[in-house]
Write a new protein. Structure first.
Length: 263
């Protein structure tokens, strides 16, 4: 399965904060982080070792106005989706919230399913931007800069344009196996000069860059005629579900693809 998205809930009402966090985590599969003050929220967002995919932000907080906080985050270069969730539902309040930099504005009381649907919509929109960051194992994958960043080890891995496109396509598949022909069409288009060997070579090079042991890949797997990305693998040696091909002892057929150069 794909890596879970991490949502920061900034809300001073403890009961609502906990209820919303539990709902997002238990019913919708998000990882939730909570903050009862703007100061706590800023510390969480500023932590280089912590990744937040989106923020749900109340307006009236004990240590300030959520709209001013939103404006501050945007000035600091924080571009992730921010959704205002507040009891202030007047037209002027909505306008002020959106003008402060919020992506969406939801008034309390809200319907849980609508809230989640609008959150997912904002995440989908953001994923198409150059600012998007995805978690793949220990890395932060930044398609816009063609990089994998390992924050804990202070290491950056530079990717080629095609490597970035392959990784991005596989990530968006949500751990679904992608056939070679589908991947070739998606990355190279209908180019008769490009063969599956070219794709296998790029996969080989990607493994050399990102896997802990390229000969025993844990994140970028070969399955029967297809590739699958497991972004939730966190550290070397962490267990992942065995594929049917591994359970029956079949060998990946492109382990040595990099021995011959490709386009």
């Amino acid at each position: 399965m794909g890596a879970k998205r991490s949502i920061l809930i900034v809300e001073d009402d403890e009961a609502l904060r906990e209820t919303l966090a539990d709902n997002l985590a238990n019913d919708h599969g998000f990882v939730t982080v909570i903050a009862g003050t703007l100061g706590e929220a800023h510390a969480i967002i500023s932590d280089a070792k912590r990744h937040i995919d989106a923020v749900m932000l109340d307006v009236h907080m004990p240590d300030g106005d959520g709209r001013d906080f939103c404006t501050k985050l945007r000035r600091e270069g924080v571009n992730i989706p921010i959704i205002m969730v507040t009891g202030r539902d007047g037209e002027a309040d909505v306008v002020l919230g959106l003008e402060s930099g919020a992506n969406d504005y939801i008034a309390k009381p809200f319907r849980s399913n609508e809230l989640v649907a609008r959150l997912r919509a904002q995440l989908r929109v953001f994923d198409e931007t150059e600012d998007a960051t995805h978690i793949i194992g220990p890395y932060r994958f930044r398609p816009g800069t063609k990089q994998l960043q390992d924050v804990e080890r202070n290491r950056r891995i530079h990717l080629t344009e095609k490597e970035t496109a392959i990784l991005k396509y596989l990530y968006r598949s949500q751990a679904r196996p992608i056939g070679r022909q589908e991947l070739l069409r998606a990355i190279w288009g209908y180019n008769s000069a490009v063969t599956t060997h070219t794709l296998e070579t790029h996969i080989y090079r990607l493994r050399q860059k990102m896997e802990f042991d390229p000969n025993k890949p844990a994140m970028l797997l070969t399955e029967q005629g297809a590739y699958r990305l497991y972004p939730a693998i966190a550290r070397a040696g962490e267990a992942r579900p065995a594929t049917p091909w591994e359970r029956f002892g079949e060998r990946s057929d492109d382990q040595g693809a990099g021995a011959v150069s490709g386009g």
